[in-house]
Design a protein around this ligand. Sequence first.
Ligand SMILES: NC(=O)c1ccc[n+]([C@@H]2O[C@H](COP(=O)([O-])OP(=O)(O)OC[C@H]3O[C@@H](n4cnc5c(N)ncnc54)[C@H](OP(=O)(O)O)[C@@H]3O)[C@@H](O)[C@H]2O)c1
Length: 329
Amino acid sequence: MEYRRLGKSGLKVSALSFGSWVTFGNQVGDTTAETLMKKAYDAGINFFDNAELYADGKSEEVMGDILKKMKWKRDTFLVSSKVYWGGKLPNQYGLSRKHVTEGCHAALKRLQVDYLDLFFCHRADRETPVEETVFTMNDLIRQGKILYWGTSEWTADTIMQAHYIAKENNLIGPTMEQPQYNMFHRERFELEYRRLYTEIGLGTTIWSPLASGILTNKYANGIPEGTRVQQPELQWLRDFVASEEGKTRIEKTKILAKLADDLGTTVSKLALAWCLKNPNVSTVILGATKNAQLDENLDALNVLPLITEEVSEKIEGILGNKPKFPLYG
Ligand SMILES: NC(=O)c1ccc[n+]([C@@H]2O[C@H](COP(=O)([O-])OP(=O)(O)OC[C@H]3O[C@@H](n4cnc5c(N)ncnc54)[C@H](OP(=O)(O)O)[C@@H]3O)[C@@H](O)[C@H]2O)c1
């Protein structure tokens, strides 16, 4: 396993990490969840990602039980939660001092840990001043309940705003962002955030590196049984896969699969290695429902050397979506 610094912080995070969205407490049983987490840990993964939203808290409960059962030393793993969607009542969601504080306390209980290593604002909240959230996160750090805080899918401007509010008030600002990043979804990560990496030293824990499985080529001939796309609550994903853009991505994946084959690897590994190749990626969060998937994905680091200049250009040619940098700014 390779370990990278989380942005400019001193925290070392494994280049591959493991998340539980759709899977824990939902698509996979608790025994499978345990086998997958153990496999990830044994391979050197040190970061496990979670959120209050996932399976309405059940995902954190399942992960908490596994952490307790495994008895891994606390200084050998990082665990996260994300706050925003805790419920439907007025103060059960958003980034107010009340919900961020209560969301943190509830996650600590479900995960059965004394502190969260990483705590994310799952989205930005237009109804809470950024100051309120920055001060609250700083308080949680001072209280020892979280170690680092960050954002997920915030605009570059709002992340910068949070950074400067923290700076002006001698508080601890956001260390990391959790954005979607994969071969098909690049603009925000590569273009919008580009100055944040150098100017504030932002770390990144990227999600859906396989575009929810599309980049495995598993949808080449229709939707196989038991896949995420069939999960009842993911109608939007079913709609997306059936859309023109979804179909285009499936077709491009077929071509990428041919390239991967020529290189002696699989398209899943190539797609993950492509993310890892970007030095602004601190960690690629993997998702898996089966042992064999995780085995395959864990091998992605070995595929990194195959992505030469020439291969990168071939990939760009297939994707045709390289973000265009503005002439100024
Ligand atoms: N911050 C956010 O807003 C946000 C949003 C989404 C995710 N996340 C985080 O990022 C993590 C990863 O996201 P993701 O689960 O969407 O990642 P992903 O890698 O894009 O998709 C993972 C899914 O693809 C399928 N798959 C994975 N490897 C495969 C392989 N080798 N062969 C065939 N199928 C394979 C599995 O689903 P099936 O077996 O069902 O096909 C698996 O659950 C999440 O667990 C969560 O922690 C964060």
